[in-house]
Design a protein around this ligand. Structure first.
Ligand code: NDP
Length: 485
């Protein structure tokens, strides 16, 4: 079967698909077989200019609308996304290689949740009244202006919606630059928003590489930058945004600890560890890639983990029975295989997996290493692939100290039946997003984000309001002005 996912055009600007063949070519590859499924072009400076001008124009009118009206449009977009979930999920699977079994429930569905949540949230936003005797002060929450969203390739639809939904709900416009590896689904989100009634110019998609992102970050018309990406890119984007004192949200990488105490429900802990390492072929920023297992249960844990891991069904991601697909690109596969070789060389014990699959596409077998020590690269560097490291520990203080001995701080998880211990340990872990007896669940109602090098700001939940609005303070004088002159 020749797969074709060619969009109407490469970009979406001012309410319409737009092409400019003068832009550098971008080939979109289906990771399960390497076939080219779409050919796009990077945005030229003329298109960047068009998108920015459209966004500035549209935002002023949008901000003046009643929040309930803005919300109604986003709510309609959520409904359309849900109606077209299958079609959008197939596109996401073609673009990312993630199995349809996952994309049907985790990608467009999560994007729709964000649109629905912020649609309902926007009309509830109010300011404060602060009495000053005769006088008073009031505050209002106002949009920032034109926001720039820059996405990673692992959750293209979700990332576009998690950024667009709060931005638009609170009266901003957005220019969104997907990763050039997965440029397709953000275009469909844009078209659906237009269909739902979003005025032209409010959500624009520009394709391109890092240089396009860099040019946009430095443009004075951009008020805020929200990046989902790696720490090195985060550093560059944050620094460029600082030049213009722009607002930022940084959702960056991690090397998160998942701690399994000996009293944990073993099957639940293994299930959590597998979800937190193998879902989306391990390409999830919040993954619990350092699995600390209390020594007395280590052998039982590893036996069952090996059996369950070897039962994972790998295959064609478009087959709904497939549980794990390929990695997103040849480059990512090579990177992951390099980490696996490094772990072996450093003395980690391979429990299962450890190799590329003998089939076309960018498949790496789900891999478990045991006897991993804190100093090994596999325990310190983000792999972003289906590779779990199991480390042993003896007691609580020791594991907390080791779990925190990382420059990252995105997530953390604890499995134990002792709830007092669960809360005590979670409270001591340096991480922005934590789980107790669960892993990697990220409902839109819950704020999501990291500490330390894993980022600043939060997406989702009430916390997102802080990051897509600013406060205006108005002092109201009610009597004569008391001037000493
Ligand atoms: P990258 O950091 O390589 O890229 C992220 C985005 O930034 C891409 O769209 C990229 O464009 C763009 N970009 C690159 N350089 C610049 C620049 N100088 N200025 C502006 N934009 C730039 O990340 P990946 O796409 O490889 O994604 C994987 C990473 O994302 C992992 O580290 C992962 O942990 C992190 N991530 C974090 C999440 C979170 O919420 N905390 C969620 C998901 C992933 P291009 O691709 O065209 O180069």
């Amino acid at each position: 079967m020749t797969l074709n996912a060619q969009p109407e055009a490469s970009h979406y600007i001012d309410g319409a698909f737009v092409e400019d063949l003068a832009g550098a070519p971008i080939e979109v590859v289906h990771p399960a077989d390497g076939a080219v499924i779409a050919r796009l072009h990077a945005a030229t400076p003329a298109l960047v200019e068009r998108a920015l001008n459209a966004a500035v124009r549209a935002q002023a009118e949008w901000a003046a609308r009643r929040p309930v009206e803005r919300g109604r449009i986003l709510r309609r977009a959520a409904d359309i996304i849900r109606e077209r979930n299958r079609e959008l999920s197939i596109l996401e699977t073609l673009d990312t290689g993630k199995p349809l079994q996952e994309t049907l429930v985790a990608d467009a569905a999560s994007g729709a949740d964000a649109l629905e949540y912020f649609a309902g949230f926007a009309p509830t936003v109010t300011g404060q009244t602060i009495p000053q005797g005769r006088d008073f002060v009031y505050t209002t929450r106002e949009p920032l202006g034109v926001c720039l969203g820059i996405g990673a390739w692992n959750y293209p639809t979700q990332i576009a919606c998690w950024k667009a939904a709060p931005a638009l709900a609170f009266g901003n416009a957005m220019i969104f630059k997907p990763s050039e590896t997965t440029p397709l689904s953000a275009l469909q989100v844009a078209a659906i928003l237009t269909e739902a009634g979003l005025p032209a110019g409010l959500f624009n998609v520009l394709q391109g590489h890092g240089d396009l992102g860099a040019a946009l970050v430095s443009d004075p018309r951009i008020a805020k930058v929200s990046l989902t990406g790696s720490v090195p890119t985060g550093r560059r984007v944050y620094a460029a945004a600082a030049e213009g004192i722009r607002h930022v949200t940084m959702e960056l990488g991690g090397k998160s600890p998942l701690i399994v105490f000996e009293d944990a429900s073993l099957e639940d802990a293994i299930g959590g560890a597998m979800l937190g390492n193998f879902y989306s072929s391990g390409q999830v920023c919040s993954n619990g890639t350092r699995v600390f297992v209390q020594r007395r249960i280590k052998d039982r844990f590893l036996d069952r983990l090996k059996a369950r891991t070897e039962a994972i069904r790998l295959g064609d991601p478009l087959d709904e029975d497939t549980q794990m697909g390929p990695l997103v690109s040849a480059a990512q596969m090579e990177k992951v295989l390099g980490h696996i070789e490094g772990a072996r060389a450093e003395g980690a014990r391979l429990v299962t997996g450890g190799q590329r699959l003998n089939r076309p596409g960018f498949y790496v077998a789900p891999t478990v290493f045991a006897d991993v020590t804190d100093a090994m690269a596999i325990a310190r560097e983000e792999v972003f692939g289906p590779v779990m490291s199991v480390l042993d520990f003896d007691d609580e203080d020791e594991v907390v100290a080791r779990a925190n001995a990382t420059e990252f701080g995105l997530s953390a998880g604890v499995f134990t039946q002792d709830l007092a211990r669960a809360h005590r340990v979670i409270g001591r872990l340096q991480a922005g997003t934590c789980w107790i007896n669960a892993y990697n669940l990220t409902p839109v109602e819950a704020p999501f984000g990291g500490v330390k090098l894993s980022g600043v700001g939060r997406e989702n939940g009430h916390a997102a309001l802080e990051h897509y609005t600013q406060v205006r303070t108005v002092y109201v004088g009610m009597g004569p002005v008391d001037a000493p002159y």
